[in-house]
Ligand binder design. Structure first.
Ligand SMILES: [Zn+2]
Length: 294
């Protein structure tokens, strides 16, 4: 038996004071969307965050990527049973933020935990029966499907311990918090992440994708969208727009504007979309973050 501890990083929440907010099951639901053969996107629409869980479910076995919140697990398990899925055999996480991985420990002794190399390094004192990790990527053969668990080229990305999941046959890429659909992203610099590494890792994600790839966000849009996944072209455009917003902020900074002045001036109209409706990072927060960290 291995002893590890996954240090859960503090989750950044929707509003400043909701860091103390509790998940309220009466205000939470699970929304399920099929994204490929035997592959389902479970969106945990809770009152404090909307993390994605990915479920592979065949009669032989089920796999859970990003179990999410502890309180949501009974609903998740019931939903997997309703899909006639077999027992959960493998559990993994895109990273260890609370909204994605709080319930990991529920699976330590009943499933095999698969970790990327950077995740393996960041674990200490965690009581796991079965754990596997690999340096580069790990293949899991699942009938007709093949699941790859990749380490990112830059260990410092969204956090310091991220993983990427690629269902090869279904052509589904599970990118975790490398995609906040229609929103400015959170990059957890205090949790080992970096802006530079984040965008370099996105280049890596794009290099794996082709025109038919479905890219699944760690946080789907709060807007009324057609699909809760996006194409390579849509992801490229999203990233290009984010980078343009960063250039705008940098140019305000190099012109000598203070943070307050930059916030007051704001960003051009084309970036307003990211700041509309529910989100994790407002335009003001994004300007402050980029101004201070680049
Ligand atoms: Zn995260």
């Amino acid at each position: 038996m291995k002893h590890f501890k996954i240090t859960l990083l503090f989750m950044l929440t929707l509003t400043t004071n909701s860091i103390f907010a509790q998940l309220d099951l009466n205000k939470s639901k699970l929304e399920i969307e099929k994204v490929g053969e035997n592959i389902y996107l479970f969106v945990q629409q809770t009152n404090i965050a909307n993390p994605s869980s990915i479920v592979y479910s065949s009669p032989e076995l089920s796999i859970l990527i990003d179990p999410g919140f502890k309180q949501m697990q009974p609903i998740i398990k019931d939903s997997i049973s309703a899909l006639s899925g077999g027992d959960i055999k493998f559990t993994m996480a895109s990273h260890f933020h609370t909204d994605h991985a709080q319930a990991m420990e529920d699976y330590y002794n009943t499933t095999t935990i698969l970790l990327s190399s950077s995740q393996y390094k960041s674990t200490t004192d965690m009581d796991i029966k079965n754990v596997m990790s690999s340096n580069d990527k790990y293949h899991l053969k699942l009938g007709n499907e093949e699941l790859e668990i990749h380490s990112f080229p830059n260990a410092s990305g969204h956090t310091g311990s991220d993983a990427l999941f690629f269902f090869k046959r279904a052509n589904v890429l599970v990118v975790g918090d490398y995609l906040f659909q229609d929103m400015y992203p959170i990059i957890d610099v205090k949790g080992g992440g970096s802006i530079e590494g984040y965008f370099k890792n996105i280049e890596y994600i794009l290099s794996l994708a082709n025109n038919n790839t479905k890219i699944i966000p760690g946080h789907t849009s709060f807007k009324d969208v057609k699909n809760r996944y996006i194409s390579k072209a849509e992801y490229s455009l999203h990233i290009k727009t984010l980078k343009e917003s960063m250039s705008e902020i940098n140019s305000m900074k190099s012109k000598g504007l203070s943070i307050q002045e930059a916030i007051k001036q704001g960003l051009p109209e084309k970036f307003k979309y990211f700041n509309e409706g529910m989100k994790y990072v407002s335009q003001d927060k994004w300007i402050t973050f980029i101004y201070n960290n680049m």
